[in-house]
Design a binder for this molecule. Structure first.
Ligand code: ADP
Length: 253
């Protein structure tokens, strides 16, 4: 039996007369990588920001690590790590200075060198944030979510805009974070990413969850229903060609 670390029941969010989230219910299990997928405007960010205590809900019940969101938002904040928009970092500070700044805000002792090593940026400790490549900035922003040693980490489109090597590198990082015991919730528009990374996914559309299962089960169910791809799938795709030609190693170091 899996243990729910997040429990959402009948969650509703109205913006004026517009209902962005229409009474959704789902659990996220402890230790899983959970994906929230759906077209733009589906209500993903609204849902996540409510769970992150950053937005108010209209109605419904949310429990995080056994704590009621209405009663213990401050305690919940201490148990979660939220990836900030990378534009929020001071560009002229070094990575170590930025980590120390955040550690001060969280009032948490932290070893910047150890944290940077975890995200493969140890040799960039003294470099300024603005000197980082896109992949390095993303890895750094994930490092900042780990400062308060959270039980749950929220990642919003962590690999958007990255090249295939940097995306694979981030998948590895996210898998490592989970291996250390954290639960990860992420949004992505990349279906290959969801398939590779997520134990379970919820697909949202127009404020509702229209499917929730493991990627494997969803694909099997579709095939079972008689679905066939219009043409024979090749044994490789263009991304395989790209990685085969250019290699797996990171280029932004
Ligand atoms: P997603 O993350 O899936 O793209 P959002 O949660 O950002 O979806 O948005 C869901 C819907 O709610 C969209 O139609 C969006 O325009 C609307 N919305 C989001 N934030 C606000 C807001 N602060 N005020 C009014 N409408 C909003």
């Amino acid at each position: 039996m899996q243990k729910a670390i997040i429990s959402v029941k009948n969650l509703v969010k109205n913006y004026g007369s517009f209902q962005a989230v229409k009474g959704i219910s789902f659990d996220v299990y402890e230790g899983e990588i959970f994906g929230l997928l759906g077209p733009n405007g589906a209500g993903k960010s609204t849902t996540l920001e409510i769970i992150e205590t950053l937005r108010t809900k209209t109605s419904g019940d949310v429990t995080v690590c056994g704590l009621d969101l209405d009663k213990h938002p401050e305690d919940i904040k201490k148990l979660i790590g939220v990836q900030l928009q990378t534009s929020g970092f001071y560009p002229g500070l070094s990575l170590v200075e930025l980590i120390e700044l955040f550690a001060g805000l969280y009032n948490q002792p932290v070893d910047p060198a150890e944290l940077l090593k975890l995200v493969n940026l140890a040799d960039k400790a003294k470099s300024k944030y603005k000197e980082m490549s896109g992949g390095q900035k993303q890895r750094f922003s994930i490092a900042t979510t780990l400062i308060n040693k959270p039980k749950i980490i929220f990642l919003d489109e962590p690999t958007t805009g990255l090249d295939p090597q940097a995306r694979r590198n981030l998948w590895e990082l996210i898998t490592n974070i989970r291996a250390q015991g954290a639960t990860v919730i992420l949004t992505t528009h990349y279906m290959d990413e969801a398939e590779q990374l997520c134990d379970r996914i919820a697909i949202m559309d127009e404020g509702k969850i229209i499917s929730l299962d493991s990627p494997d089960k969803m694909i099997d169910d579709l095939v079972q229903s008689g679905f066939e791809r219009p043409r024979q799938v090749k044994a490789a795709n263009l991304e395989d060609v790209f990685i085969h030609l250019t290699g797996k190693e990171m280029r932004d170091e």
